[in-house]
Design a binder for this molecule. Structure first.
Ligand code: NAP
Ligand code: GLV
Length: 306
């Protein structure tokens, strides 16, 4: 069995060694243009040339949860595209989102500013009931985030494509319930995949529907958010601010207004990193399962785009 590795922006050697150790009977190579076709591909944002040349693939493994970069390419028809299914990302995402939610709810940014100015000051405790957290995207990551947030007793709402029932979470589904979901949300968390249906989903219209003084946390993809609309709504006072981990262009360009906006916190796409060891175990296990003709989780539905 041959495995080819083509991951833009990723240090290849530890992956090649790890995959080789996990699948000792396989030949594991770094892809180069013109290489012979392999059985399985392990990829992140490969060039179109990769798929044009790799005509014998039986499975394509993406080393991330989001497959939006892959979905832009012409992929070999009928070959399963498999995304990372948690692989250690959901706990990281829960840490990041809980931190951002609590930092905003407890006004720790304000306390930091006071302390830096040498001020010993108190703020009036806020009511939990006023800080309903709405999670868009209740998949592997969204569900784990909701579970983690339950510890803080904030009202929780979740929105997904198909209806769900989760203890402690008021669930909304589909277009028909989207505006109701937004209307009572005070802290909006985006954990959707980027698809034609979800691109630009956080825009002037939808963000205006949130509770006054709402806060936005985007940990999904930059193209879910219309940057100018977010800034206009913060500057007009409708939104309190935002924590953003993902951007339309990454790295975030030096001149982008998000960098210096006093009410926007920026992190460099780091909320849930791909963990190499966990990911290799998951991918190797799924390759073995596919070879045995067994079903696997995490296969992308090309019609839905995630
Ligand atoms: P997932 O398990 O596929 O969950 C996606 C969720 O979004 C599902 O609940 C799905 O609804 C919902 N959804 C999809 N399209 C929708 C639509 N049109 N309307 C309403 N709901 C919709 O994905 P995941 O593993 O949780 O990952 C989510 C995303 O997080 C990834 O695609 C990626 O972009 C992002 N991510 C970011 C980082 C980072 O470091 N910033 C790391 C990992 C992932 P159903 O349940 O009904 O299908
Ligand atoms: C990271 O953003 C991922 O999709 O895994």
């Amino acid at each position: 069995m041959r495995i080819t590795f083509c991951c833009t922006g990723t240090k290849a050697q530890p992956w090649l060694e790890g995959l080789q150790a996990a699948l000792p009977g396989a030949v594991v190579d770094l892809w180069t243009a013109g290489a012979a076709s392999a059985d399985y591909a392990v990829v992140w944002a490969p060039p179109q040339q990769f798929f044009d040349e790799q005509t014998g693939l039986k499975g394509i493994f993406n080393i991330g949860a989001g497959v939006d970069a892959l979905m832009k390419l012409r992929l070999p028809p009928g070959v399963p595209v498999v995304r990372l299914d948690d692989a250690g990302m959901s706990v990281q995402m829960a840490e990041y989102v809980c931190h951002a939610v609590i930092r905003h709810f407890r006004e720790f940014d304000g306390y930091e500013a006071d302390v830096n100015a040498g001020k010993w000051s108190y703020r009036k405790p806020r009511s939990r009931a006023d800080f309903s957290v709405g999670i868009m995207g209740m998949g592997v990551l969204g569900e784990r985030v909701a579970q983690a947030l339950q510890a803080f007793e904030l009202p929780l709402r979740g929105w997904s494509r198909s209806p769900k029932s989760l203890p402690g979470v008021q669930c909304f589904a589909g277009e028909a319930q989207f505006h109701d979901f937004l209307a009572a949300t005070r802290i909006l968390v985006c954990l959707l995949p980027l698809t034609p249906d979800t691109r630009d989903i956080m825009n002037r219209d939808t963000l205006s529907r949130l509770q006054p003084d709402a806060y936005v946390i985007n940990v999904a993809r930059g193209a879910h958010l219309v940057d100018e609309d977010l800034i206009a709504l913060i500057d007009s006072g409708h939104l309190a601010g935002a924590t953003l981990d993902v951007f339309r262009t990454e790295p975030l360009p030096a001149q982008h207004p998000f960098w210096k906006h006093p009410k926007i916190t920026v992190t460099p796409h780091t909320s849930a990193r791909t963990l190499r060891e966990e990911s290799i175990v998951q991918i190797a296990g799924k390759i073995v399962a596919l070879e045995r003709g067994e079903p696997i989780a995490g296969i992308v539905n090309p019609a839905r785009g995630y």
